[in-house]
Design a protein around this ligand. Structure first.
Ligand SMILES: *Cc1c(COP(=O)(O)O)cnc(C)c1O
Length: 403
């Protein structure tokens, strides 16, 4: 073996040693509460398909209609010839949804949320000159915001989780001309909602942009419009990012902000400019997804999801009592993590649940801090109350075996 390959092999061996090797399971059915994996039907609590739209028949038909209207590939980036009327219509709908919360709202659609966050942070940083810009990034932010801050090539300060005093001190002491605060709306590994009204007040006081990543709030919170509606916020400092592959059930993401901010991103953000536009048929399908999110059916799905969250939390308490070594986080959202601690134990618990026919992901470092490995349970409107009960009794079973 050459030196190059030895390094890779050592790296892989180190992952095994620390129980950090990840494996991809191959599924062979649509995303739903029950999923076929390795030829077996599993009850799953892994996906971010929070409203159960990922296999919705009307959205599937819309995708077929979109393919008939626009074909498959867009053929080029948005600034060359890849920007279709379907993308344009989608952006207008998304802007209208956020318009109560922004001044002169406009939206731009991206192929993924990862790219949207790279574009927003690098693009905003370029507006004031990278040397005169500082990004204030919340400790638990998603990897895409962290990478966006790296691509921005400016000073980056991390503030502790939900620590408003620390954030204020950083903002007060900063000499940067352009200040950007970046935070998840709902923290993806904890399910906790950021104290957004207070963060926004600081951003207005210290003249900073507030970039909110609402990957887990869009479609769910605020009657589907997301976290800005949830808190009833409105500000010209807000730059809102929502994803469309989670609750919206399809793919992609968008940024909504003041029209001049969006125009700047379109002109300057490299992750927007130098990539082929995603298929117009997806944007066409998303129009139907948004119709459903904003309809009585969407309201019903959110109400059902909420009832499952309440059921899970209350029955977890009464069924399992105070589980030794296992605790739920103080989350009121559809993300309900069960903190275990050690990687190996988390893996073992996940494996035992899997044997029992229940698929829950084990989340380990570096996705979460060392010593806080967890089973991240994601609830969806696709689940039934009986399926939540099955999960609870399987968790109970784990405990009996452990005792
Ligand atoms: C999933 C996620 C993203 C990335 O969105 P994709 O569309 O999956 O690329 C960004 N931020 C958060 C908080 C996420 O959970």
């Amino acid at each position: 073996m050459t030196k190059l390959f030895e390094q890779i092999e050592q790296g892989l061996a180190a992952l095994d040693e620390h129980d950090l090797r990840r494996r991809r399971r191959v599924t062979s059915s649509p995303t739903d509460a029950m999923v076929e994996v390795d030829g077996r039907r599993m009850l799953t609590f892994c996906s971010f398909d929070y409203l159960g739209l990922a296999a919705h028949p009307q959205i599937q038909s819309a995708l077929q209609e979109g393919a008939a209207l626009y074909g498959l590939g867009s053929g080029a980036s948005h600034l060359i010839s890849g920007h279709s009327i379907a993308h344009e219509q989608l952006e207008q709908r998304l802007a209208a949804m956020q318009s109560p919360h922004l001044e002169c709202a406009r939206a731009v659609y991206f192929g993924t949320g990862y790219m949207a966050n790279l574009a927003v942070l690098s693009g905003l940083a370029a507006s004031g000159g990278n040397d005169d810009t500082e990004i204030f990034s919340e400790k638990l932010n998603h990897a895409s915001l962290i990478d966006g801050a790296r691509l921005a090539r400016c000073k980056v300060s991390i503030y502790p989780h939900a620590d408003l005093n620390a954030l204020e001190a950083l903002l007060k002491n900063s000499n940067a001309k352009t200040k950007i605060v970046a935070t998840d709306g709902v923290f993806s590994m904890d399910g906790i909602i950021a104290p957004l009204p207070e963060i926004l007040a600081l951003c207005e006081r210290y003249e900073a942009w507030l970039v909110v990543d609402d990957a887990h709030g869009f479609g769910v919170l605020g009657d589907g419009a997301g976290i800005l509606a949830h808190f009833n916020l409105r500000s010209k400092n807000l730059v809102y990012m929502g994803t469309l592959g989670k609750a919206a059930g399809v793919s992609g993401a968008f940024v909504a902000a003041h029209e001049n901010v969006i125009e700047w991103l379109i002109q300057k953000a490299r992750p927007y400019i130098y990539t082929t536009a995603s298929p117009p048929a997806l944007a066409h399908a998303l129009l139907t997804s948004l119709d459903i999110i904003c309809s009585a059916e969407g309201t019903q799905r959110r109400a059902h999801l909420h009832s499952l969250i309440v059921q899970f939390k209350s029955q977890f308490k009464s069924l399992t009592g105070d589980l030794s070594g296992l605790s739920l986080m103080a989350s009121d959202t559809q993300i309900q993590p069960l903190i275990v601690g050690k990687n190996a134990i988390t893996m073992e618990l996940a494996a035992r649940l899997y044997e029992a026919g229940i698929w829950v992901p084990a989340i380990r470092p570096p996705t979460v801090p060392v010593g806080t490995a967890r089973l991240r349970i994601s609830l969806s409107a696709a689940h039934s109350s009986e399926q939540i009960a099955s999960l609870l009794s399987a968790l109970h079973g784990l405990q009996k075996k452990a005792a």
